[in-house]
Design a protein around this ligand. Sequence first.
Ligand code: GLU
Length: 502
Amino acid sequence: MTIRTRIAPSPTGDPHVGTAYIALFNYAFAKSQGGQFVLRIEDTDQVRSTAESEQLILDALRWLGLQWDEGPGCEGDCGPYRQSERSQIYQAHCERLLEDGHAFRCFCTPETLSTMRDAQVAAGQTPKYDGRCAELPAADVATRLAAGESHVIRMHVPNEGQCTFVDRLRGEITIPWAQVDMQVLMKTDGLPTYHLANVIDDHLMRITHVIRGEEWIPSAPKHQLLYQYFGWEMPELCHLPLLRNPDQSKLSKRKNPTSILYYRDQGYLPEAVLNYLGRMGWSMPDESERFSLDTMLSHFEIDRVSLGGPVFDIEKLTWLNGQWLTHALTDSEYLARLMEWGFTADFFKKVLPHLKSRIQVFSEASDWLMPLWQAKPHVTEAMFAETGLELETRLQVLQWTLWALESMPDFNRESVFHAVERVAAASELKLKAVMPMLFLALSGSTESISAFDLAVLLGPDRTRARIRHALEVQGGVSKKALKRLEKGYQAVLAVDKNRDSH
Ligand code: GLU
């Protein structure tokens, strides 16, 4: 049997380090045993999925060197590899479940479902679908269908007993069926949910081992049941522990940069990032710290993954990157990598419009470009104090700006401008009053190309990391202050609502 693993990201944002970590372990498991690694794009959420995000994921995996054997741009015999192009396959399979009595049409409206939920919560129960459409008489269903009533398709789930499945790292896991919802398989728009599409695709793409994050453990009973309904063999399951921040919380972009592109743009080597991810819950038999992907493959054993939450610590990654730079590259490789990182024609093409009207001799260029090459600007509290705002106001504006930038789907000049404008308005300050501080946070100087242009050139993650740094050098925001700021942030959100209602 050829081992086949897959990474199945949803293209709904920046390529996450968590995705890269899961991809690496899938890749290592397959490649260390002569198997194949498949990339499947799970874009059934039409509202949140974007083509740009998909492209960034492909770029990030390629940058890391985790090339897939089959997937977008690398067609094999199990395509298409984008779920949005497989609708007919899901529909046909869902029909089969209906015919065999494993699924049913549910006509409950969102209002009915929310009343059901409220009643269950009030009665101290865990909210779940109560099965009221599960036994509708066939004639009823036919009439409602003929009338074009909107509906979803749900799977039948046993009421009693428990489901036991095997996880390669954890052994047997048992979950009572009472905790498992009658999952929606097809939405009203005729598109499948993750569960249906994922099971069908893993089967049709001949995936032998499903290696994914532990947040999917609660979904395993539904998946196992679907495999049974279809009469298919289930791939072996292996749930990896989730990456954590040094404070043990789940890795999230609120605390640390989580986009692979951040690490690329900050000047980390892909080898070092992979090496570091390879040490998340796994280690070389001789405990060596610096190892290449090839070396990892020749020693890889998935059963040696430890389940304690692996901590993704940027300081350790930075140290390891330093080890790579110092010991692993020849001088010519070093130079090539350095040029590739920050001195390409593409880079200069991007900055040219900002440079052209500003300098008279090339030796002035670095004054303007330095912020783009720096890990972080050299700012101090005293520099921020000189911007004319009180400490409390500075922390408020910076923290609110950070939050406003976090929730932005598109990061461009207009959207960044709009975010800062809203924060200024909610702080009852003129834009002019907050700009010097923002300039300083992003560029480390009071003179720079426009802070908005700089933000776009830096990208969302590097921009946010600089704002976080500006907060830190000014003493940071205490937990108590954070709560107060969180409440006050409603005012920032309200700026938009007030505008929309005019
Ligand atoms: N699309 C899911 C995700 O984004 C895939 C989960 C799985 O690997 O089954 O994580």
